[in-house]
Design a protein around this ligand. Sequence first.
Ligand code: SF4
Ligand code: SF4
Length: 228
Amino acid sequence: MTEKKAKTKAEKKTKKEKVEKAEEKEKPAKFKFECQKCGACCQNRDPIPVTFSDLTRWTKQGSFMSIILPHLELRGVSEEDSLGQLALIPYVKMKDEDENSKGICPFYDEENKICNIYFTLPLFCKTFPLYFSGEKYYVSDPTCPGIGQGDMTKEKLQDMRNTSVQDFNERADTTIALIPLQGLFIRHFMKQSQDQIDKMSAEDKDKLDELLKKSQNETPQDPDAKDN
Ligand code: SF4
Ligand code: SF4
């Protein structure tokens, strides 16, 4: 092969590699998602964890006390995770919960199939169905009919990834911040109770002792037991 031919061949190879690289960049992402608004993720679902940023946003918008608060409850974050066992964080409690705490979201309008707080979704709902575990991204519910639908651009995928990372970080921050706060609240309330007891008269203290002894001797009643 002449030197000229070898040069042309090398140039062609480089060009081909460049095109392949560019095509690789343009390849559609594997994960595609477009919500089909079926409402499945708002029904038969687990309680929704709420973060400080959700609470702050709702408070600023004035929707917290009237709309959100009545549906919140404190729960342990997770039974398997030792950090989770220590922390109680706010969750949106589901309606008509089954034995696995799954139920219908109180903000879901079943008749019109819409979310009543769509304008200010909890971050956990905003990122559905793509989540971040701290190490990798994962799809929390492969049965979601939106998976595999629509176009997925790099920007949209990056946006979804950013939201899932934000959700992960904010839930972790909320959990970590609440552990010392819980200890603080408990110590505060114990001190308050002790201060109240110290202020009581000897007669009232005797009454309180009497009540405590009585309650300790009582057998708890089964609320479902029928009177004979
Ligand atoms: S996210 Fe999925 S399950 Fe939820 S409404 Fe959209 S398509 Fe349905
Ligand atoms: S807050 Fe809205 S999007 Fe989230 S589960 Fe409830 S109804 Fe669905």
